[in-house]
Design a protein around this ligand. Structure first.
Ligand code: HEC
Length: 153
């Protein structure tokens, strides 16, 4: 009985499996891309929140420790963008559809964020609390501006 099933259905099953993978692989690729960028943003927000607490005086401004947080943001700010691949406008995402795919303004915001996060590292390393605070404000304005334009609330 089992042998009959194997003989009869196995070839059909194998044939079906061979048809499915390209579609599944594509789905998995976009799913992974969305997960990748969301994870990067989530981690980035964790470190930005720490910096905000530091600016608000809830954490000590310590050149060494605060610089480590700023460095984490600078590194993480390089990571979300590779997750914005074609096709990933659909799925488990709050990104607005289509518009980022070839959008100069989106890339400008991403570039601003990277530049500002590097400035943040420099001024924090120098122990400059005043510039630390002002750069953090600028950087967070970039987060908000990009979200307003490209993220659904
Ligand atoms: C260039 C545009 C851009 C910039 C700059 C930007 N974001 Fe985002 N962010 C997005 C988009 C688009 C999404 C939606 C991603 C998705 O759902 O696929 C997002 C999502 C998020 C999320 C939600 C992650 C989740 O759980 O899905 C957080 C948190 C976040 N961003 C934090 C930040 C912080 C903090 C900054 C600044 C330090 C920042 N973002 C800068 C575009 C940007």
């Amino acid at each position: 009985m089992l042998t009959t099933i194997r003989k009869r259905w196995l070839p059909a099953l194998l044939a079906a499996l061979m048809l499915v993978p390209p579609v599944l692989a594509q789905d998995r690729r976009t799913e992974q891309a969305i997960k990748h960028r969301r994870a990067a943003f989530t981690l980035m927000a964790t470190y930005v929140n720490r910096l905000v607490q530091t600016a608000d005086g809830q954490r000590p401004f310590d050149a060494r420790l605060t610089t480590a947080d700023a460095r984490a943001v600078a590194l993480l700010s390089q990571l979300p963008w590779e997750g914005f691949i074609e096709g990933s406008e659909r799925g488990d995402t709050r990104a607005r559809e289509d518009i980022w795919l070839d959008d100069d303004k989106f890339k400008t915001y991403a570039g601003d964020l990277q530049r500002q996060s590097l400035t943040l590292v420099t001024v924090t390393e120098a122990g400059d609390l005043k510039r630390f605070k002002s750069t953090l404000v600028e950087m967070r304005n970039t987060c908000s501006a990009c979200h307003k334009a490209y993220r659904k609330d």
